[in-house]
Write a new protein. Structure first.
Length: 281
């Protein structure tokens, strides 16, 4: 299909991208990898009047040690995230999940910032960022601000980014040896969006579960934290019993990939498996 007519500009810097977005008056969109935006434009689900191409901003493609956290530039490709040694050492759930996104073609073009800014509740990485309690750094005409992942995703394909803001960095915490993790997803085909996905982190203290965080993919309008299941596990419940609480507060959609009832059942199964894996790590 053919997208609606649009203007196209190439930004040579983040500051120029911000100026072009502001000039677009809310009708401009950033183009990075394009694997989410271009299909939406072809279906005319998205009809921006202007595209601002930031794909050439190599200064936003990096993985750096930030002391207590790892900083990942927004234009870092999924393939680079998946293969990065620093992330594999200090926050392996991020590098592992990046390796599960799409197929090699998607991973070599798609960017971390693109998938987060797109705000798709069926995407893998937003739920991981939510479970990690990551911070997302946005830059606009008013300067730079840090948005917790818990406040970043506001609705289906909606985020806390202002019309003139660019997501420039994600900051993920370093996980110690006492933290187990798992990311599991169920999909009909290898390249499909997750029917349901679960990101699980389990923190131990002297052999006991001191806390847990569980991020859910495709169980509502945004990625969700399974607070009831987290509290149950921290309170001494088994992985199976904690998983029984995972659907509390969720609104799983019904579509061609499965009904809401099927997704609810699948979420319980996937959560039990993810927690067992994290507890055994």
């Amino acid at each position: 299909m053919i997208p609606a007519r649009f203007d196209y500009d190439v930004a040579e810097s983040v500051e120029q991208a911000i100026e072009l977005l502001a000039a677009g008056g809310g009708d401009a969109k950033l183009l990075a990898g394009g694997h989410s935006l271009i299909p939406a434009m072809k279906l005319r689900i998205a009809r921006p009047e202007k595209l601002v191409d930031i794909g050439r901003l190599s200064d936003l493609a990096y993985v750096k040690d930030g002391g207590t956290h790892i900083a990942i530039g927004a234009l870092t490709r999924h393939a680079a995230v998946a293969s990065d040694g620093l992330l594999a050492e200090h926050c392996p759930i991020v590098s592992y999940t990046a390796g599960q996104i799409g197929d090699p073609q998607v991973r070599h073009r798609g960017t971390l910032g693109g998938t987060l800014s797109h705000g798709d509740p069926a995407s893998d990485m937003p739920a991981v960022m939510l479970a990690l309690g990551a911070d997302l750094v946005a830059r606009g005409k008013g300067g730079e601000r840090v948005v917790p992942a818990a406040e970043f995703f506001t609705g289906v394909f909606e985020t806390a980014l202002a019309p003139d803001e660019v997501l420039v960095e994600a900051r993920v915490p370093k996980l110690g040896a006492s933290t187990g993790w798992a990311y599991l997803k169920a999909n009909r085909r290898a390249q499909d969006w997750a029917t349901v996905g679960v990101a699980a982190l389990v923190h131990r203290d002297n052999g006991s579960v001191a806390g847990a965080s569980i991020g859910l993919v495709n169980m509502g309008a945004t990625p969700l934290r399974a607070k009831a299941a987290e509290d149950a596990l921290a309170g001494g419940a088994t992985a199976a019993d904690a998983a029984g609480h995972v659907t509390e507060g969720t609104e799983p959609p019904s579509d061609q990939a499965g009904s809401s009832e099927y997704r609810a059942h699948l979420a319980q199964v996937m959560t039990r498996r993810a927690l067992e894996q994290a507890l055994g790590a």
